[in-house]
Design a protein. Structure first.
Length: 337
């Protein structure tokens, strides 16, 4: 009965989804959203006209409603799969039209001056376009390896990894990148996340066809590297929590037998269950919420080291030291006034 009600609610929400406002029409090409000159954000700036501000309020309201509907639909599907009270955050999931719009927002302060923003956008877009083009070029080279499943799996995450690595602009492996001021960096991050999300979405759709045809790619069938690539594609399928949960359950008996990497299973378990029930088992997901690197809530802190050993992970202390070395210290906590 609960399953039928959940599925009915999902169906009703899907049909009730609000259409995108007309403000976005110039930025839709063949059903695909392109941020373009960001004119759809014009009304969010102080120097906007009354009409432009009214358009922005309509767009903002649609984004909020769309996210709420998408979250409710996804919650209903997860409840039907046995997750009693999914903790997923309000977001655009799956094919939701507001997803590409929300992900294209600049990741930082846009300022209040539209003219200045346009100047920064022009310089930032040259960087972002070059970055996305370079990732696509690397992907094309990788794809030339052939259409055998092992080769396809190994090549598939190239775009994902290139673009995600670039988010740490001018740090670590990207040290030496052209300097960007804060507004430019925020725009580049927004455009890069938009491209990452589009690639993640395509990878998720592809993985669904692979699993439907071949089952989960095990170490015995495709090799350890390709099997890990399959895990990585699911690890980054965050806009489809239902698919992630199904793949986690598919991997569980395989990990127990060593047919897939227990470490990969542990990483996916924490990522999925943290957003499903609010806790993780292996302590792989870390947060700066307290001012220092700490794991998100654990299922059982007394057993976490044993869980990690069984999965082939290092100790919590060693992992914390690695996170600190790779990411640096947490930013200072804001001072209360």
């Amino acid at each position: 009965m609960i399953r039928r009600l959940a599925l009915l609610a999902a169906a009703l929400l899907a049909t009730a989804e609000a259409k995108p406002p007309t403000t976005l029409a110039p930025y839709m090409t063949g059903g695909t959203f392109q941020p373009g000159d960001y004119g759809w954000l014009r009304g969010a700036f102080d120097d906007a006209t009354r009409a432009q501000k009214a358009e922005w309020h309509v767009l903002d309201a649609w984004l909020k409603q769309c996210r709420q509907e998408s979250s409710a639909q996804t919650r209903a599907e997860l409840i039907a799969l046995g997750i009693t009270d999914p903790k997923i955050r309000p977001a655009a999931y799956g094919e939701t039209p507001c997803g590409p719009v929300g992900r294209a927002f600049p990741q930082g302060d846009m300022g209040n001056d539209w003219s200045l923003f346009q100047t920064k956008l022009a310089s930032a877009r040259r960087v972002a376009d070059t970055l996305v083009w370079s990732a696509a070029l690397a992907q094309a080279v990788g794809d030339e390896a052939g259409d055998i499943l092992t080769a396809e799996l190994i090549a598939r995450p190239i775009t994902d990894q290139v673009l995600r690595t670039s988010l740490a602009w001018n740090q670590g492996p990207t040290k030496g990148a052209p300097p960007l001021d804060p507004m430019e960096a925020g725009i580049v991050r927004g455009l890069t996340w938009s491209a990452i999300a589009a690639r993640d979405h395509a990878n998720t759709a592809w993985m669904k066809t692979v699993v439907a045809k071949h089952g989960w790619p095990t170490i015995a069938t495709v090799g350890a590297q390709a099997s890990s690539s399959a895990w990585l594609l699911v690890q980054h399928a965050d806009d489809d929590p239902v698919f992630q949960l199904k793949m986690l359950r598919l991997m569980e008996p395989l990990a127990a037998r060593g047919d897939v990497s227990p470490k990969n299973y542990a990483l996916l378990y924490d990522r999925v269950m943290l957003q499903m029930v609010g806790t993780q088992r292996y302590g792989t997901q870390m947060s700066c919420a307290t001012g220092s690197w700490q794991p998100f809530p654990l299922e059982d802190a007394a057993k976490v080291e044993g869980y990690r050993r069984a999965a082939g992970l290092n100790t919590m202390a060693q992992n914390a030291a690695r996170i600190l070395q790779e990411n640096g210290p947490c930013p200072p906590m804001p001072t209360a006034h």
